[in-house]
Design a protein around this ligand. Structure first.
Ligand code: 6PG
Length: 242
């Protein structure tokens, strides 16, 4: 039996509902802590399906002064904000429509020029993130080992200067163009939570946790470089526990 040393903290719970409960409680605590420490909190959201129930639960959490929270996105698809593929749409539906006063900084995936949009969003982050990272960041892991919109075999994961980049579409992978924050921002973030559910996540997680491996093959390995707290919240299936 090989013992895996998971970078950071691992929270393995039975199913998606308990992942959502664990995650929303930890997001809430981290947001309250940041507001208590700094008077405000920067909160960055990933898309995909896994975090949605956690966002819904977070909307019910008490004691968060949302008027002191700046909400950002980790990545966004090149679609209008009302599109079903929009990360903004689902975050709004699950969370933002149910809390009041949050300072919402939508990532403009529908911009005509994504390179310009990336530079503008980077300028915004540089003006609002004094320490170069978010107070609280919600991450996911793709079945192929990607995180944010940093994909295997693509140059985005190696970006070391820019904070936000445009990611070209990959028609062969039926994937639209994206905007995404980069590794330096993730590494500088204070409390990073990675949510993963389902058996398809077992191998990408194992590759992310393995002592050896490359970020080009498994971009989720960049999360090993997080200088703040790193917490993996997974269900049994993602942990390979039947
Ligand atoms: C996106 C996400 C992406 C997501 C993973 C996992 O826009 O697609 O931000 O990085 O976190 O694809 O997605 P699931 O949670 O749906 O498996």
């Amino acid at each position: 039996m090989t013992t895996k040393v998971v970078p950071g903290q691992l929270v393995a719970v039975p199913d998606l509902a308990s992942v959502a409960t664990e995650a929303s409680a930890r997001f809430a605590r981290a947001l309250r802590d940041a507001i208590g420490r700094r008077g405000s909190a920067s909160f960055a959201l990933s898309g995909g399906e896994t975090p949605r129930p956690a966002y819904e639960k977070l909307a019910q959490e008490k004691g968060i002064d949302w008027s002191k929270v700046d909400v950002f996105w980790i990545d966004e698809r090149a679609v209008p904000p009302g599109d079903d593929r929009s990360n903004f749409k689902w975050a709004k539906k699950a969370l933002l429509d149910h809390v009041s006063g949050a300072r919402v900084h939508r990532m403009p995936g529908d911009a005509k020029d994504l390179e310009v949009a990336a530079k503008d969003y980077e300028k915004l982050l540089r003006s609002l993130l004094p320490r170069g990272g978010f107070d609280v960041a919600v991450m996911g892991v793709g079945d192929d080992g990607h995180t944010a919109s940093l994909f295997p075999g693509e140059r985005g994961v190696l970006e070391a200067e820019r904070w936000v980049i445009a990611v070209p579409a990959a028609p062969a992978k039926k994937r639209e163009a994206r905007l995404t924050v980069t590794t330096p921002v993730l590494e500088a973030s204070a409390a990073v939570f990675v949510l993963a559910v389902g058996a398809k996540k077992q191998h990408p997680l194992e590759r992310a946790w393995s002592a050896s491996g490359s970020v080009s093959e498994t971009p989720a390995r960049v999360l090993r470089g997080v200088r703040g707290s790193l917490t993996w919240i997974i269900d049994r299936a993602a942990g390979g526990i039947a």
